[in-house]
Design a protein around this ligand. Structure first.
Ligand code: 5GP
Ligand code: ZN
Length: 112
């Protein structure tokens, strides 16, 4: 499949990996919008947020624990951070493999 994130997961193209768990991999965004910008990506190729409901409860718990772990490791948990998912055309989803952005390390503007 021609998916850049599947290739990162398979180790076929390099990325700065910050964490790996049973169901997810987290790596630094190649074009960061803030001092800390990490992407959390399910190892299974899902496209949209709604497909996460196919994951079992422990995998969903793992996701939120991982986001929290990364925010703490990046030292942005206290100062504040944003986690977001772009879904589909209007949100400007570029990579059609579901990913959670974790963004912090500076004062963030309003979403819009
Ligand atoms: P989207 O707009 O789909 O939510 O965000 C895709 C994100 O993936 C962008 O922030 C972009 O910089 C990042 N990205 C795209 N290709 C690569 C890549 O090959 N490696 C890494 N590390 N990040 C990428
Ligand atoms: Zn993929």
């Amino acid at each position: 499949m021609d998916c850049i994130f599947c290739k990162i997961i398979a180790g076929e193209i390099p990325a700065q990996i910050v964490r790996e768990t049973e169901h997810y991999i987290a790596f630094r965004d190649i074009n960061p919008v803030a001092p800390s910008h990490v992407l959390v990506v399910p190892k299974k190729h899902l496209e949209k947020l709604g497909e996460l409901t196919n994951m079992d409860e422990s995998a969903l718990r793992e996701l939120f624990e991982l986001v929290q772990d990364i925010a703490q490791a990046e030292r942005i948990e206290e100062t504040g951070f944003r986690t977001l998912v772009n879904v589909g055309k209007d949100a400007g989803q570029e990579v059609k493999h579901l990913h959670f952005h974790i963004i912090g390390g500076r004062r963030l503007g309003r979403i819009g």
